[in-house]
Design a protein. Sequence first.
Length: 262
Amino acid sequence: MSVDTGDDDAACIEFDELHGIEFPTISGVEGGGTSICNNYGIGAYPTFILIAPDHTIVEQDMWPLNNGAQTLIDYFEGHGIQEASCDQTLTAMFTSDITEVCEANDVSFSDASVGGATSWSWTFEGGDPATSTDQNPIVTYNSAGTYNVGLEVSNGTETNSVLMENYITVNSCTGINESDEIGLNVFPNPTSGEFELQLIYNGAVSIKVYNMLGISVYEQEENASGKFTKPMDLKGMENGIYFISIQTNDKTYGKKIKLMNN
């Protein structure tokens, strides 16, 4: 199938769809084939047009040509058009399955470097292990805090490195102070989703709920006055253990709750 003078917009659209072209091939769909031929100065058929990624014309009216790759290459070379190198500069990059965890949980790191890396040197501030030469290491974080992660890669002739500051956040999900100090309790526990958070305190409190990966699934600021009761709802979340963190003006309290949806 080709696009020709007199073709309507539908024919141009069909041409794009037939060849799997997402960007309108030549001039869009308004004006049909006649507009295309006029815009690009096409005077004879069949013809090829070489268009750059920014949609500017590099070469046009390449005709008559056999429909073959080598014929096109010969044409380009005969007109001083050189093939660009596709080699990628060595660049260190990485990803991880999560960036926020509870203490004593793991983070899986994945190398995403380009340019043919053949060796890897990781540094994990606050992690265990603190360093690794694996391509895709797994690291345990045992202490609450915010930590940097670094990666240096090499392809045997050159190196490149990246440092992601404050990349991993580790939360103390269980709380370090006795819940009895403020009468912290949750009821019912286990729960199918709806429960009450109870505490005795006067002043502002920050309520957060974390899943086992240390990801916050609920945050709310409240002003408690004496015996305080807060209705909570985790319906729709995955079954498992969750950590409720209560931050007062000077301390953090924690409580576990088990979610068992029907």
